[in-house]
Ligand binder design. Structure first.
Ligand SMILES: *[C@@H]1O[C@H](CO)[C@@H](O)[C@H](O)[C@H]1NC(C)=O
Ligand SMILES: *[C@@H]1O[C@H](CO)[C@@H](O)[C@H](O)[C@H]1NC(C)=O
Ligand SMILES: *[C@@H]1O[C@H](CO)[C@@H](O)[C@H](O)[C@H]1NC(C)=O
Ligand SMILES: *[C@@H]1O[C@H](CO)[C@@H](O)[C@H](O)[C@H]1NC(C)=O
Length: 457
């Protein structure tokens, strides 16, 4: 980072050497070999579940998706042109939506309470999406930020303060590209041989975000049109890992250039809604959205577009059994309300996690990830305890497990149900047949149940 280098340049060499030897952590070079070797801070893998929040000026038209501006004036999709003709006066520009982004009912305390009740251990907020509007008073986004126009509030900072009180980690989504930024368009016309946009906009604003809000995670996006060398990604990450105020806890994803996805960075997202079929070599995260058709809030959402409780829990269990984290998105309205249907989904996941989270948080993948027999099952491991998740109730009340090999001290129980369950074994080296208990209605309605297999010596 230019600023940091200049700062160091003024220090006498002796002092620099002293500082280097006094610090225990290694220094990272601005190349992927060095950056990729950094161990991922352990909080991230242990967290397992986070809530993603897409909020911005697109929450004002709230129609189609958060790509509204691009669909309308980039692609010139006739559906969007028609929508504008029908609903807004001629000459109405995208920027004219911003004053209506009022966030009048935004109560970040209530958001934080909801995310806590949902069982989220981290939250990722779009500090800036591809439209370029910043949800914090960025000095490099003049008149296109939440303090100058719209809410007249620091939306990023306010949420961060309440999450911190609840010990929920804070991630900031940040889009590198800005569809209609003239500086970006110019660099693009120069085939990214010039970096004016990166030097005057992107690097200063990312450093500002980090220094101001000290996030735990930077969720980078909008990288796909240019290589990492254009974005100065390795230089930024070296600063982040070596010298930034968050160098010990910061976690980043893999979207740092057209050539980095699935390969480089902290953990990998690969593509949106990524579903690996085997355990990836690196820590990974599946990001997905409660509204199957959009990340930002849209008024044209139907209840059938929203994931069901069962889909959500099954997906979480699948992701965690394959060693991933699950980042589930909600889109608040322009007023700052998280739509009640999303609240309901989050709360019902939270109530499931309050019983079954024991087998989720801080777990590791087991020797087997899933059994796709008549009743599909997923497994996780914590210390020497194996957790088995299944979402179908066998008619005879007996559940056959093929993969676990029991011993004469194996104890089986079900999370949320007191006591141990009876089990039997057809023959040595075979799995177990577990005799399931009668369930109380509140446990029965969970839809995905967890068995706990432990060796009680
Ligand atoms: C950005 O990268 C270019 C070349 O890739 C390099 O010359 C320049 O020093 C870098 N800038 C910063 C601020 O790291
Ligand atoms: C960018 O690349 C395209 C295709 O390779 C070429 O036609 C164009 O002249 C280049 N523009 C500049 C400014 O180098
Ligand atoms: C499980 O098996 C069924 C039937 O063979 C198949 O349709 C389904 O895709 C499988 N699921 C997984 C996760 O492998
Ligand atoms: C369990 O099995 C081991 C050997 O497999 C044996 O030594 C031990 O006595 C058994 N314990 C019980 C309680 O049956």
């Amino acid at each position: 980072m230019a600023a940091a280098e200049r700062g160091c340049g003024r220090l006498p060499l002796a002092l620099l050497l002293l500082a280097a030897s006094a610090s225990a952590s290694p220094r990272y070079a601005p190349d992927w070999e060095s950056l990729d070797a950094r161990p991922l801070p352990s909080w991230y893998d242990e967290a397992k579940f986070g809530v993603f929040v897409h909020w911005g000026v697109y929450s004002v038209p709230a129609w189609g998706s958060e790509w509204f501006w691009w669909s309308w004036q980039g692609q010139r999709d006739s559906k969007y042109e028609e929508f504008m003709r029908q609903n807004y006066p001629p000459g109405f520009s995208y920027a004219d939506f911003a004053p209506q982004f009022r966030a009048g009912f935004y109560e970040p305390r209530k958001w934080a309470e909801l995310f806590e009740a949902a069982g989220a251990r981290y939250v990722v907020l779009t500090s800036k999406h591809h439209e370029g509007y910043t949800l914090w008073p960025s000095s490099t986004s003049w008149n296109w930020n939440s303090m100058d126009i719209g809410p007249h509030r620091d939306l990023v900072g306010e949420l961060g303060a309440f999450l911190q009180q609840k010990n929920i980690r804070y991630g900031l989504y940040h889009s590198l590209l800005e569809w209609f930024n003239p500086l970006y368009i110019l660099d693009k016309e120069n085939n990214f041989t010039t970096q004016n946009f990166v030097q005057t906009k992107i690097l200063p604003e990312m450093v500002d975000l980090v220094n101001r809000y000290k996030p735990d995670l930077i969720w980078s996006d909008g990288e796909w049109e240019a290589p990492d060398t254009y974005w100065n990604s390795t230089e930024f990450l070296a600063w982040l890992y070596n010298d930034s105020p968050v160098k010990d806890q910061i976690v980043v994803n893999d979207r740092w250039g057209i050539n980095t996805g699935c390969k480089h960075g902290g953990y990998i997202n690969c593509k949106d809604k990524y579903r690996p079929t085997t355990i990836p070599k690196r820590k990974w995260e599946m990001c997905t959205a409660l509204d199957k058709k959009s990340w930002g809030y849209r008024r044209d959402m139907d209840s059938s577009d929203v994931m069901t409780d069962l889909e959500i829990i099954q997906e979480l269990v699948f992701v965690v059994s394959f060693g991933g984290n699950y980042l589930l998105n909600v889109g608040p309205t322009k007023d700052g309300i998280i739509p009640p249907i999303f609240q309901e989904k989050l709360l019902s996941l939270g109530s499931w996690l309050s019983i079954n989270g024991e087998g989720i948080y801080a777990s590791k993948p087991w020797r087997v990830q899933m059994e796709n027999t008549t009743i599909p099952m997923w497994f996780t491991l914590k210390q020497s305890v194996v957790y088995v998740f299944y979402s179908d109730w066998p008619q005879e009340g007996m559940l056959p497990l093929t993969s676990p090999v029991p011993t004469n001290v194996t104890r089986v129980s079900m999370l949320g149900v007191p006591g141990f369950l009876k089990w039997s074994q057809a023959s040595v080296d075979q799995g177990l047949l577990v005799y399931l208990p009668q369930l109380s209605p509140d446990i029965l309605k969970m839809k995905v149940w967890t068995l706990k297999l432990e060796e009680v010596k």
